[in-house]
Every structure is written in structure tokens, then in C-alpha cells.
Design a protein around this ligand. Structure first.
Ligand code: PRP
Ligand code: ZN
Length: 299
């Protein structure tokens, strides 16, 4: 493997995989790979994708075997707390971007028919989880006396196997809990996919590429909501109209032929534009309002 290439650890197969690849493609990365191969090769940029189990991603970045990783915040946080507990030193990676996919919750869940459905009165009970560090941290901060037992998969089976009284696991649609007769309780973490980056010093070429990719990722996220808005507006209402549009910079004002009172006003709006906003614009005298999606943006 070429050591000048920058490695990005991503999930091999799971709920983050498609979104992750699509995000990197939107950043302009052309990836040649086959799914069975565990490496994706960036054809036009010096990035290689390592397809691994999501649980392994933070560790690979921690050990600087990969420079970047795209993983659920839950996995990143679990590793961070584990390292901080074990090594009494901060982890060697940081979260540099929160992404807009992979939404899930880390929640406690109780057998449907149990007498306890909340964290009170659980003195001496046992919780099964794949996130022993996050859960133990939560339990000790909350001053609870619950023991934690680690499962690396199929946590939902722990209560029926008699290994635990309750579980703490990821919930997305809630189907898994339902299928195992479990009721969701307190949520301890709301998670999305995040980009993590090694804190190890990089040479300047690597650093330039890494920063470029992170900047493009942020650009892709921003573009999703952003709209380019064009309208005709009374010159006197330019300020009040701009104030209605969230996240805009100064508008571009273009004179219109044959009138001085009305101008064409163009603006990039970095948040979603709703019908209500258009109606408010119209009430301020705007007309011929066009809202078009933005394809790319570099701030
Ligand atoms: C999580 C969790 C549950 C399931 C919940 O696993 O462990 O099994 O998702 O999702 P649902 O509420 O939509 O049913 P994940 O997909 O992260 O797989 P992994 O544990 O193998 O990484
Ligand atoms: Zn996993």
C-alpha cells in the first residue's frame, strides 16, 4: 500500500455505507472499487477508502492507521471514553464534522412485561450493552447502582437469555426493540454520523488534502439546504425583504429597465425556504419570486 495516500475508514456494510460513499462522491472523489474488495481507490485525489466494521473505525484513527473516519457519533464517543479511562489521556482523534445521516438514539429498553420501566428502582440490576463505556459513564454520573455487561452484538437477546434485566442499545426505527418485546426508555445519546480526524501531526501535503476534503464535506452539507432566490422587489423594501431570509449575506441588486422603484434582488439563502417565507416576501411587495437549488458552494 502506498504510504503517501490518505486513508479514510468507512463502514463496510451497514446503514452508513451508501450515504458515506455518496457524500464522498459529491465531494468530487472518483472511487474505483468493488464491494468485495476492502479498499476503494480514489482515482483523482490521494485518498483510499478502507471498508471496515464501524466499531473498528475510531480505533483505526486513534492508532493513526487511517487519517479520517466516517462513523456514528456513538462509536466515536465510546472509543473516546474508553481511551480516556484506560490511558488517562485524551484520545488521539477529534470530531470535525457532524453529518446529516445515520440518525439514531442510544436508549435504555426494558422487557415489555417487566415491573420496572424506568431507571428508578433498578438497584442491583444488570444492563447489557455494546457501549459499556458510554453507559457506565452515564450510570456513574447519574449516581445509579446498575451493573453493566458487555455484548458485542444481539444485545436485544440478553434479557430473554437471562443475562441482563434491561439493555441499552441503538434505536433507529424501533423495529428491533419491538421484535424482541422491549420498550424504549430513557435516551442517553442522540447520534448522527460524524467525520473524525487523527490528531497526529501531518506533512503539509497531507494536511492540505485533508482540509480540502473537510471543507468540501461542509460545502456539501450547506448546499443541501441552500437556495438561490430571485425576485422583483420595491427598492424601499430591500432591507425588510432581506431580513425575512434566514442565513443570507448582502443581496445582489440589479436595476430593472424602465423603472427606478423596482429592482431585481438575488440572494443565496443558507436555510430551507418555506412557502410561508414566500408569502411573507409577497406581502412586502416582492413579485416573480423564483427559488432554485444550489448545486455547489465554496465559502
Ligand atoms: C443497531 C442496533 C439494533 C438496530 C436497531 O445495530 O444494535 O440492532 O440497529 O435499529 P432499528 O431501531 O431500526 O431496528 P446496527 O445497525 O448499528 O448494527 P451493528 O450493531 O452490527 O453495527
Ligand atoms: Zn457496529
Amino acid at each position: 500500500m502506498d504510504n503517501n495516500r490518505i486513508k479514510i475508514a468507512i463502514q463496510k456494510s451497514g446503514r452508513l455505507t451508501e450515504h458515506t460513499i455518496s457524500l464522498l462522491k459529491k465531494c468530487g472523489l472518483i472511487i474505483s472499487h468493488t464491494r468485495n474488495h476492502l479498499i476503494g481507490y480514489g482515482e483523482n485525489m490521494p485518498f483510499d477508502l478502507m471498508f471496515v466494521r464501524d466499531d473498528d473505525i475510531p480505533g483505526l484513527v486513534q492508532d493513526n492507521l487511517c487519517t479520517l473516519g466516517i462513523v456514528g457519533m456513538n462509536e466515536a464517543l465510546e472509543k473516546k471514553i474508553e481511551i480516556e479511562n484506560l490511558e488517562k489521556a485524551p484520545a488521539n482523534f477529534e470530531i470535525v464534522s457532524n453529518l446529516d445521516f445515520g440518525q439514531c438514539k442510544l436508549s435504555f429498553a426494558y422487557p415489555d412485561d417487566s415491573t420496572y420501566q424506568d431507571l428508578k428502582n433498578l438497584e442491583g440490576k444488570t444492563v447489557a450493552t455494546s457501549y459499556p463505556n458510554i453507559v457506565s459513564d452515564y450510570i456513574s454520573k447519574a449516581g445509579l447502582n446498575i451493573s453493566v455487561t458487555q455484548f458485542s452484538g444481539a444485545v436485544e437477546l440478553a434479557p430473554s437469555l437471562g443475562k441482563a434485566d434491561l439493555i441499552c442499545d441503538l434505536v433507529s426505527s424501533g423495529q428491533t426493540l419491538k421484535a424482541h418485546n422491549l420498550t424504549e426508555g430513557q435516551t442517553i445519546l442522540e447520534s448522527t454520523a460524524v467525520v473524525i480526524k487523527s490528531l497526529q501531526a501531518m506533512d503539509s501535503i497531507e494536511e492540505t488534502w485533508v482540509n480540502k476534503l473537510i471543507e468540501r464535506i461542509q460545502g456539501v452539507l450547506q448546499v443541501k439546504e441552500s437556495k438561490y432566490i430571485m425576485m422583483h422587489a420595491p427598492r424601499a423594501s430591500i432591507d425588510s425583504i432581506t431580513n425575512l431570509l434566514p442565513g443570507t449575506e448582502s443581496p445582489t441588486i440589479i436595476p430593472l429597465e424602465g423603472t427606478n422603484e423596482t429592482v431585481a434582488l438575488h440572494v443565496v439563502c443558507k436555510e430551507n425556504v418555506f412557502w410561508e417565507t414566500l408569502e411573507d416576501l409577497k406581502a412586502k411587495g416582492a413579485s416573480s419570486i423564483l427559488v432554485v437549488p444550489v448545486e455547489k458552494m465554496l465559502m
